[in-house]
Write a protein that binds this ligand. Sequence first.
Ligand code: PMP
Length: 431
Amino acid sequence: MTSNSESFDAARALIPGGVNSPVRAFGSVGGTPRFITSARGAYVTDVEGREYVDLVASWGPALLGHAHPATVEAVQRAAEKGLSFGASTPGETRLAELVAARLAPAVERLRLVSTGTEATMTAIRLARGATGRDLLVKFAGHYHGHSDGLLAEGGSGIATLALPGSAGVPEAVAAHTLVIPYNDLDAVRTVFAEHGPRIAAVIAEAAAANMGVVPPDPGFNAALVRIAHDHGALVILDEVLTGFRVGPAGWWGIDQEEPYTPDIFTFGKVIGGGMPLAALGGSAAIMDHLAPLGPVYQAGTLSGNPLAVAAGIATLEAADAGVYEHLDRTADTIAAATSDALSAAGVAHVVQRAGSLFSFAFAESAPRDYAQVKAQEAFRYPPFFHAMLDAGVSLPPSVFEAWFVTAAHDDAAVSRIVEALPAAARAAASA
Ligand code: PMP
């Protein structure tokens, strides 16, 4: 049998850092990444045959649990009919119909792409094309994929590796992105006061979840839309992570105490049920600026791939109210048990929550922006993470990532997590 460390050594000889996405390398928690051979329901199995309760869920897509029978069957059926045609299929329209129904009336048109990065990149080009302006505003600690203009003070792996951005981004490109602190409406007003006529769009995670979870203050997203619209700018609400996960209509659907409508939504992860699929959507008036109707170009050999579309349809069709209730309840249980264990061990912490998404900050009070997130006692996470992993629970390998539950996390899976917590909390305490 091959071990995880042999697998990692072999990978490092051929793949930069042994991984095809940086956070997988366990850089901030240390140790040997697990090489996974299969996954089913709430569990993943590594090359050594060890099974873990999984709270990564492929970083979000596995809403129903891994290898959900309906999704797998839909992909198999699609595969038998051909892997890719480079032509339109009825499935693409069906998927657009499901999304439009969930996000009515805000999403009238949907364009399918293959990754969240493509979705946000295209959304920004669309916003620039539709407004004729060039500047973009983003929030520190928010992650929108790895396109050039979006890495400045990004969350996710950029936060995990403590990078200010990325090498290889031309200064001229970076200069078109204005980064401001999250949950700070004064900063939003100031950036518009200074640059208003040149700002094409503000992009925001619907609820930030790539610096750990940091929900927007109540009314923040609504105010953001109001201020941007007052200045003729658009708002891109990035629901790649939250979309179809925290509720049937994503964070937007549960954040309507003060109603607001962003101009462009981006989706990914759950929309493809584990296959490479993402999308951008919005009103016909905005979306019809895209080619072939309009002058904003975007294309993709594998865009709307029939296998990915089949997985997306199967996932959204299965994700009914019962699924979302289960996710909320499961998140409640795991978050409370983790918090109790940390308290019992005397570890200062706060539970950060956005719907069924949650994470923990090792701090006395809830961080509301990236500076506060970074000020926490992050050194407590690696020993906590490894104690959980040793006990058979796979958490995200960074304190700056959300924990993901699935519809397959049943009582047995939750019990295994709960049993592992006291020792992990003690490890965090003695860090
Ligand atoms: N936006 C958000 C909010 C994300 O969480 C991510 C990925 N974690 C992306 C965009 C980029 O998606 P992808 O990794 O599919 O390119």
